[in-house]
Write a new protein. Structure first.
Length: 215
């Protein structure tokens, strides 16, 4: 049986590098869920209602909680029946635990508190909900994410303040924040370059796993 794989990302920036690598690959569907529980529920329930995918991989960026995880490390957590573990290890990914949060962890202090309270290795905002929906339908799933900011790093801006009520990025709020703190422009540009590199690293791992035939 041909395996139909649904890869989910919150936003297009996370998925762009993988799209380039898998543009002509059959059996692969990429779904952008948006940020957070509300958007995942709205987008993914209808997508999973169609009996197509027999494996779901929730992917994208994650903040590091485990101090040992450097930026650019690809971390995974999976259902054993998904059959991905060996291929992910061979591609250089490391096993870990994810905490699915209600907000973006912005500061090193926030991440340290989450590490101490959850003992999870990384934090993000969608995978817990996505994998719960998959379990409801008996679909094997995996979380495969790249560390976009390490445990000891602050984000250049409080991105929670830049989101609308429905967790969409407000570019008006971003412009206002940068206007108030122009020095943040250079920090944000450096961060954008770093997460682009992180997205490329994630795409390398996922493409290797998919091309290897493990999925």
């Amino acid at each position: 049986m041909t395996r139909e794989i649904l890869l989910t990302f919150a936003v297009a920036q996370e998925a762009a590098a993988l799209r380039r690598r898998l543009s002509a690959r059959p059996g692969i569907q990429i779904c952008l869920t948006g940020i957070g529980r509300q958007n995942v529920e709205r987008v993914l329930r209808p997508a999973l209602a169609e009996p197509r995918a027999n494996l779901v991989i929730t992917s994208g960026f994650a903040g590091g909680l485990n101090p040992k995880l450097a930026m650019g490390t690809v971390v995974f957590e999976l259902d054993e029946e998904g059959g991905l573990k060996s291929a992910l290890l061979e591609a250089g990914a490391v096993p870990g635990r994810f905490h699915c949060a209600e907000r973006i962890a912005v500061t090193a202090g926030e991440k340290r508190a989450l590490w101490e309270s959850t003992r999870a290795d990384a934090v993000e905002m969608e995978s817990g909900i996505i994998r719960a929906l998959c379990r409801e339908r008996g679909i094997p799933s995996a979380t495969v994410r790249v560390i976009s900011d390490a445990a000891n790093e602050d984000l250049p801006l409080d991105f929670n303040r830049l989101l609308t009520a429905d967790f969409q990025m407000s570019y008006a709020k971003l412009a206002w924040a940068l206007g108030r703190s122009p020095r943040k422009v250079a920090e944000l540009l450096r961060f954008q370059r770093r997460i682009k590199d992180a997205a490329e690293r994630l795409a390398d791992v996922l493409a290797r796993v998919i091309v290897s035939g493990a999925v």
